[in-house]
Design a protein around this ligand. Structure first.
Ligand SMILES: NC(=O)c1ccc[n+]([C@@H]2O[C@H](COP(=O)([O-])OP(=O)(O)OC[C@H]3O[C@@H](n4cnc5c(N)ncnc54)[C@H](OP(=O)(O)O)[C@@H]3O)[C@@H](O)[C@H]2O)c1
Length: 316
């Protein structure tokens, strides 16, 4: 779909779920020192600025996880949301650590998240990774228990392939609960979900696709180049050679953005995800980044531009 439509319209989170803005904000960096370097280059005021700027720009959907910053991200979000005039829709995640082997461990973790988020109920509770040994069916059964206990409103999964998405969907359906979402890595440099049938499966089942790392961890903003690579783990994932290969795509994002009144490469990259029918959740460390990312709403790439970007990103 393309043409005249804009991307301001809110979307339903899962079948009949609450309405959310067409893009959300990811909060992994909020308090995470190990990966994102919280405390070096950005601090609490910056994070609060990102929250405020997002709400002001019409974003009402925030994604966190119990593991982000060892609970700090959930605490920040709970603290900010408690002081806000409107209630955002908050998604968090249960991590199936290898020592978590029983359904009770999910209920205990959910209670921990409820406390840190300062809410009565988690809007969307996602299984972070479907890692063994516990089956996805067992975790979905625990999720259904959490819904029945009033701890959780909607259930989602993350990082589930076609088979696991179908299994999670079926396990919940047996308890009369829809699978609201599958949160997966999806961006112009990572289009496997289009190619392996996952996007199609989610559409068929009515499962909202939540796209994480929609900016390829910042690379699609265009600020990282072979001469200015990201540091730490990101530097290992996006090496100089790959950053060099990405530059023509960044130039194209810039060129297309110009035709839409000076949209930034980040805004075009996020808009591309929205045009694909997914809900992107770009991370933002400060108000400037949040505002920039929010500028991906309210306009839409044409079908031809989406096709040009598809073809330019084919080789990644
Ligand atoms: N379910 C999962 O397994 C999973 C995995 C990964 C992420 N996620 C979720 O998805 C969210 C987003 O993914 P992500 O954080 O990995 O990657 P991302 O959204 O692709 O990139 C976020 C990073 O890019 C930079 N950035 C963002 N907006 C910018 C802008 N407008 N201008 C310049 N730089 C900008 C910032 O880092 P710098 O300023 O340091 O460059 C920011 O932390 C996470 O916060 C998390 O909620 C989920």
């Amino acid at each position: 779909m393309g043409g005249q439509q804009t991307t301001t319209t809110q979307v339903s989170l899962g079948p009949g779920g609450p309405l959310i803005s067409p893009l959300g904000i990811g909060t992994w960096a909020w308090g995470d020192r190990l990966f994102w370097g919280y405390g070096r280059g950005y601090a609490d005021e910056d994070i609060q600025g990102a929250f405020r700027a997002s709400l002001e720009a019409g974003i009402n959907f925030f994604d966190t996880a119990e593991v982000y910053g060892f609970g700090r991200s959930e605490k920040f979000l709970g603290q900010f949301a408690a002081g806000a005039e409107q209630n955002p829709v908050i998604a968090t995640k249960f991590f199936p650590y290898p020592w978590r082997l029983t359904k009770g461990s999910l209920l205990r973790a959910a209670r921990g998240s409820v406390k840190r988020l300062r809410v009565r109920q988690i809007d969307l509770y996602q299984l972070h990774w479907p890692t063994p040994p516990v089956s996805v069916e067992t975790w979905m059964s625990a999720m259904a228990d959490a819904v029945e206990a009033g701890l959780v409103r909607l259930v989602g999964v993350s990082n589930c392939n076609v088979e696991l998405t179908r299994r999670a969907h079926a396990a919940l359906a047996a308890r009369g609960i829809p699978l609201a979402s599958n949160q997966i890595e999806y961006n112009l440099l990572h289009r496997q979900p289009e190619r392996n049938g996952l996007i199609e499966t989610c559409r068929e089942l009515g499962v909202t696709v939540i796209a994480y790392s929609p900016l390829a961890m910042g690379v699609l903003t265009g600020k990282y180049t072979p001469d200015n690579p990201p540091s730490g783990y990101r530097g290992m994932q996006y090496k100089r050679e790959l950053l060099a290969r990405v530059q023509p795509l960044i130039a194209l994002l810039r060129e297309i953005g110009e035709k839409h009144g000076g949209k930034t490469p980040a805004q075009v990259a996020i808009n591309w995800v929205i045009c694909k029918g997914a809900v992107p959740i770009p991370g933002a460390k400060n108000a400037r980044q949040a505002r920039d990312n929010a500028g991906a709403m309210g306009w839409r790439l044409t079908d031809d531009e989406v096709a040009v970007l598809d073809s330019a990103s084919e080789g990644f």
